[in-house]
Design a protein around this ligand. Structure first.
Ligand SMILES: C[S@@+](CC[C@H](N)C(=O)[O-])C[C@H]1O[C@@H](n2cnc3c(N)ncnc32)[C@H](O)[C@@H]1O
Length: 249
């Protein structure tokens, strides 16, 4: 796990967001190839990991008996989750948001007609309040300076309707193989992983109710026959990733 470089105190929140933007504008065109090569050791491609998250989100939504007609993908990148939102939430409208203009352009090019695209240019998500049933993010917060997490979680709380759900998928720093993968991934050079308990505390601090963690991705392809067990292992802090879940009261 690498340490995030400390920004000089003169750098404002907006300037720091602009640095994030430049960071992923730089990686956008090579993102798919780099991601594919980084996860190859697991025997799976990026599609497996993207589908896993959305399939799990569908199960969580069904268990919560939540009506979902509007979803926001915060930090959608080049749109890897889009085909799976279409498959598992065919009736929901999808909004893809990101600070990287180049990533959003690639997402539109790869998946035309796949919903609204929101460019985040300041410390605000350009959307109405109380709009979304589900706000989702996949591997985004470890790219955001930790002292900005509560601010972005508050902003996601603002755009979520009362009763809505947040699902923040993150790499698990308690899993040594995950830490190794992050340390060898070019676009993770500035990543700072987040301990699950830290994220639940930050969710609470930003107004979310009943935050809790489920662990995911326990078995590589070589052990695929054990994957049906994953649903009973969600409590075990050894999965390669985890999802932090909470509701807006
Ligand atoms: C590792 S990529 C993940 C992309 C996508 N979620 C996926 O699973 O393929 C991280 C993304 O987070 C975006 N990002 C970084 N800081 C952000 C912020 N403050 N708000 C929204 N997106 C941000 C980056 O531009 C990048 O597209």
């Amino acid at each position: 796990m690498r340490l995030t470089p400390v920004l000089p105190s003169s750098v404002s929140d907006t300037e720091s967001s602009m640095m994030d933007k430049a960071e992923f504008d730089r990686f956008a065109d090579a993102y798919d190839a780099q991601h594919r090569s980084n996860v190859a050791v697991t025997g799976e491609g990026p599609e497996y990991f993207a589908e896993y998250k959305i399939r799990l989100l569908r199960k969580i939504v069904d268990r919560s008996q939540l009506e979902v007609s509007q979803i926001c993908d915060f930090g959608a990148g080049i749109g890897n989750s889009i085909p799976f939102f279409r498959r598992y939430f065919p009736d929901a409208a999808l909004t893809s948001s990101d600070v990287s203009e180049r990533s959003l352009a690639l997402a539109r090019q790869r998946h035309p007609g796949s919903g609204e695209s929101l460019l985040i240019e300041t410390d605000r998500i350009p959307s109405d309040s109380n709009r979304f049933d589900v706000v989702f993010s996949a591997c985004v917060f470890h790219h955001i300076a930790h002292d900005e997490h509560v601010g972005w979680l508050r902003e996601l709380h603002r755009i979520t309707r009362p009763g809505g759900l947040i699902a923040v998928f993150e790499h698990n720093p308690l899993n040594p193989l995950t830490v190794r993968a992050v340390n060898t991934c070019p676009f993770d050079e500035n990543a700072e992983l987040i301990f699950p308990r830290t994220l639940t505390r930050r969710l609470q601090a930003s107004g979310w109710s009943s935050p809790h963690i489920q662990y995911s991705l326990f078995f590589p392809r070589a052990l695929a026959r054990l994957r049906p067990l994953e649903d009973v292992l969600r409590w075990l802090p050894l999965g390669a990733q985890y999802v932090a879940l909470a509701r807006k009261a």
